[in-house]
Each structure stands twice: as C-alpha cells, then as structure tokens.
Ligand binder design. Structure first.
Ligand SMILES: N[C@@H](CCC(=O)N[C@@H](CS)C(=O)NCC(=O)O)C(=O)O
Length: 251
C-alpha cells in the first residue's frame, strides 16, 4: 500500500497523534499526514469515523479512530514488529498499562497547556507543522484558539492542579515498574505498546529529540521545569525510549 492510501488525519502537536505516528513507524508502514485545523476538523472526523477526536487512520478502505483502536487494528493486520506479547498474561499486563497511560495523556496535555495557553506564542506553538496559510489563519484566531484550548482540554485551575498530581502518579508508576522488571521496559523484557504509550504520553513534559515537542520547536526555553523532569529516572527512561525506538523501522 502506498502513502496516499494510508493517511493519518492528525494535529501535529497532539500526543495521541504522536502515539499513532510512532506506532505506524514501528511497524515500518508508509503513511502520509493530513494536518487538520482545530474546529473545522469536527465535520471531517465525523464524516471519516463518526467521532470528534483525532487521530483517525485511513488504511485503504478502512477508517479507524482512537489511538488505542488503531494500535489494536495495526497489531491484527500488520503483525510484523509485534508490540503485544504472545503470552496471554503479559499481553493483559501490557494492555492494562496502555489503558492507564492513555488516560494519563489527558492529564499531561492539560498540565502542559496550562503553561503555554497564555503565552503570546500560543498560536505559533499550536500551528507548528501546518502550511503557511494555516499558520497565518491561526495567528488571526489567537483569542479563539486560547478559548478552544481551555474549553476542549478543561484547562482551569482546579482541574490543572488535580492533573499535575496524576502526572506525578504516572511518572512514579514508570519508575516503580522499571525497578520491578529490571529490563529497562515496563512489562517483560522488550519494547511493547505499554512503553510506546507511556513514553509518548509523558514526552510533552520533557520534549525528547524526535518528538513533536523539542525545546527549539515549541519555543520553550530549557527551563527548570523540563530539566527537573529530565533528571529523574522516568525522564531519563523517556529520553532513552525515544533514542532507541523512535526511528522508523525499515521492513
Ligand atoms: N483517547 C483518544 C483521545 C484523542 C484526543 O483526545 N484527541 C484530541 C487531540 S490530542 C482531539 O482530537 N481533540 C479535539 C476535540 O476534542 O475536538 C485517542 O487515544 O485517540
């Protein structure tokens, strides 16, 4: 299948879209990104997959929405470079971790947007990766963009405070799993969907090279916040997962 037959409808800065990009690259599958504008994406997403959120993968005649459903679809139809173990108990463990970290992604997104939503750079950060014309439009709709980010991701003080706690819980779970397995991976002794999900969901906190959020790309100075996350075991592990496993696999 060619890239034009496999398309990923996405927001370039979205952590759930990054999870699916990584998943496709891991499988060595060629694909093409279609970057949608927030707002106008809604009728397109509904038309494609009867849902509101991205990512949505179009694979030939199939349209699959939701990064977890996409991961399961890819595992079934493209078993090469398997991300789910054969062993039933280990597979359940991986799927449970995937579900947990998928949920943590929501809290990471709220927490990091709370730091960037009022920045004068907000539209440049959000529209990085879009065509020049879309970027200009994004600049014009800056106040609307801020409101959309706050309302869509619930970026309000009480929710943000609770989310930072959940982010801390997620980082602590990575650290305790690594101590338990001793293998450098969250479950078993090799890279699985659990590692891919945890690393991509937590990566916006530290911006590893190869992710959509390195310092120079989102325009955040490497300040004490990111340095603090990078210095702890979970942060070092996320950087290692990106360095070791984020390259496209040539099949
Ligand atoms: N659980 C979903 C979450 C997807 C999601 O929240 N996507 C966000 C972008 S990060 C989105 O499309 N938001 C737009 C909206 O809600 O209108 C998944 O794994 O795909």
């Amino acid at each position: 299948m060619t890239t034009t037959e496999r398309r990923l409808y996405q927001f370039p800065l979205s952590l759930y879209c990054e999870k699916t990009c990584w998943n496709l690259d891991c499988k060595g599958l060629p694909w093409q990104a279609v970057n949608l504008m927030p707002g106008p994406h809604i009728p397109v997403a509904w038309w494609l997959a009867r849902q509101r959120t991205l990512p949505i993968l179009r694979d030939g005649k199939m349209c699959i929405g939701d990064s977890t459903a996409i991961a399961l679809y890819l595992e079934k139809h493209y078993p090469q470079h398997a991300l789910l173990p054969q062993d039933a108990a280990l597979r359940r463990e991986v799927l449970a971790l995937e579900e947990y970290f998928d949920d943590i992604g929501d809290h990471v997104r709220r927490s990091v947007w709370s730091l960037a939503v009022d920045s004068p750079e907000v539209s440049r950060i959000f529209f990085h990766g879009y065509a020049a014309q879309q970027q200009r439009l994004g600049e014009l709709m800056r106040p609307l963009l801020r409101l959309m980010i706050r309302c869509t991701f619930d970026v309000w003080p009480k929710q943000v405070e609770a989310s930072w706690q959940r982010v801390e819980d997620g980082l602590a779970l990575v650290e305790s799993r690594l101590r338990n397995t001793g293998s450098g991976y969250l479950a078993g002794d090799r890279f699985t969907l659990a590692d891919l999900t945890a690393a991509s969901m937590l990566a916006p906190l530290i911006g590893p090279p190869g992710s959509p959020w390195p310092d120079d790309r989102v325009g955040i100075e490497p300040g004490p916040g990111r340095e603090q996350f990078r210095a702890r075991d979970a942060g070092r592990w996320i950087l290692a997962m990106y360095a070791r496993h984020r390259q496209p696999v040539i099949s």
